[in-house]
Ligand binder design. Structure first.
Ligand code: ASP
Length: 435
């Protein structure tokens, strides 16, 4: 009997965790080569997933919108999708804000926790972390106020060069915008003139879906190779001193994933949350293993159509957009991280200051790319804009322990997108499979 893909992935996850733990107890020089090899295989798997994103996104957005017959249906879908994304991200941020204020992970006996501040400063930055700080500084200089962040979003959305937009890692906004314009253009021409184009994009789309199936067959190997180095590299004193912070983030993400979102889909669309989880399980596991919503997109698209029964039209509109702009887990995480650093640095944040953090988390999460650790850049920007000292040190330290939290928040991000797809499908009168 052949095991189902999600079981294979789960087994790979557990086996990789065990192997990671064993390798940690061994001498570094004797296992370094093996870890390098796993990293290489993991990167190859991520590259395979990313390889099909551009043709998949372009063809599905074009096929989906071109089938809407006119701009009216498009405007309605856009309005509903944007409203749902804004609502759920806002709920996530409020939850994060509440928990970080109640648990106070950055304080000890009501005072700033100096041990954490010390662990932050004594942590050495590696090159990758410094590169990220540099990137954050550049973006931070352009996006000092919420209004600048909004401007930055629109500038990223309209691509002066579609090929450059298509090749930007994890930032699909320009590609989506162009594909939407292209498809709207198609709907304005008589059908016989655009029929060949429609057939062509439909065929491209089908080929990409077939390729997704093939790549998914390799996912247990990919998951295994990605997780071993994560477990091997995780740890150290910094990890231990941040235990309460980890707990706060994971608790908030858990409540959003297992309580808030299920209630939202139950009440807004009368969808059975358990059935929806079951339909999305492979996508959730892929998101968790890759820590990238963009790389997971082909799998999310497959699950929502084949397992949850959402139409191509709705899936291809809501999901590529969601993988780029809707990040509930990321928005929640940004808020918790910023308030946590403020607590550690002994900055007492007023209600207004916290409110500004909420707005900034909402806006910057829209601009965060769907790639690993992308939200650290947004956290840096909010910290600097809120005049909280130590943004750079905090970012380097948080980056060092980010992977596990990143994996979890990416799964929450992807689940949020899938909930939007199912709610919007139901509101459009579609018969889905998860009621
Ligand atoms: N890794 C996340 C994603 O791809 C983004 C982040 O929060 O860093 O959804």
């Amino acid at each position: 009997m052949k095991l189902k893909p999600h079981w294979q992935m789960l087994i790979a996850l557990v086996a990789a965790t065990l192997l990671g733990i064993i390798l940690r107890s061994m001498d570094h020089s004797s296992v370094a080569g093996l870890i390098d090899f796993f990293q290489f295989v993991g990167n190859l798997f991520m590259a395979l997933l990313k390889m099909i994103i551009v043709p998949l996104v372009a063809s599905s957005v074009i096929v989906g919108i071109a089938s809407l017959h006119g701009v009216k249906g498009f405007g309605r879908l856009l309005g509903k999708t944007a409203g749902f994304y804004a609502l759920t991200s806002f709920l996530a941020i409020c939850l994060g804000l509440m928990l970080v204020n109640v648990i106070e992970p950055g304080l000890k006996d009501g005072q700033a926790n100096e041990a954490i501040a010390k662990a932050f400063t004594s942590h050495e930055a590696n090159e990758a972390a410094l590169d990220k700080v540099e990137m954050a500084k550049q973006r931070g200089a352009d996006e000092q106020k919420p209004f600048d962040q909004l401007k930055g979003f629109f500038l990223r959305m309209v691509p002066p060069n579609i090929f450059a937009a298509a090749s930007s890692n994890g930032q699909m906004l320009g590609l989506i915008f162009f594909s939407i314009c292209f498809a709207v253009g198609m709907t304005r021409l008589p059908l016989e003139r655009v029929k060949p184009l429609r057939d062509l994009f439909e065929s491209i789309n089908e080929v990409m879906i077939t390729l997704t199936h093939t790549i998914m067959a390799l996912s247990p190997i990919g998951v295994f190779a990605l997780i071993v180095p994560v477990i091997y590299n995780t740890g150290g004193e910094l990890f231990l001193s941040l235990g309460k912070y980890f707990g706060t983030v994971l608790l908030a993400l858990g409540i959003h994933l297992f309580v808030i979102m299920p209630l939202v889909i139950r009440f807004l669309a009368n969808v059975n949350p358990w059935a929806h989880f079951r339909a999305m399980k492979t996508a959730l596991l892929t998101a968790f293993s890759t820590a990238s919503s963009s790389a997971t997109l082909p799998v999310t698209m497959r699950c929502i159509q084949e397992e949850a029964g959402v139409s191509k039209k709705t899936a291809s509109f809501t999901l590529p957009l969601g993988a780029t702009v809707n990040m509930d887990g990321t928005a929640l995480y940004e808020c918790v991280a910023v308030i946590f650093v403020a607590q550690v640095m002994g900055v007492d944040m007023s209600f207004t200051a916290q409110f500004m953090v909420v707005i900034s988390a909402l806006l910057t999460s829209v601009g965060v790319a769907g790639i690993p650790s992308a939200s650290l850049v947004a956290i840096f920007i909010i910290l600097t804009n809120s005049n909280i000292p130590g943004a750079e040190t905090a970012m380097v330290a948080l980056l060092a322990v980010d992977r596990l939290l990143d994996m979890t928040r990416t799964a929450v991000n992807v689940f949020g997108d899938s909930c939007a797809a199912i709610v919007i499908a139901k509101s459009e009168g579609e018969e889905v499979l998860t009621t």
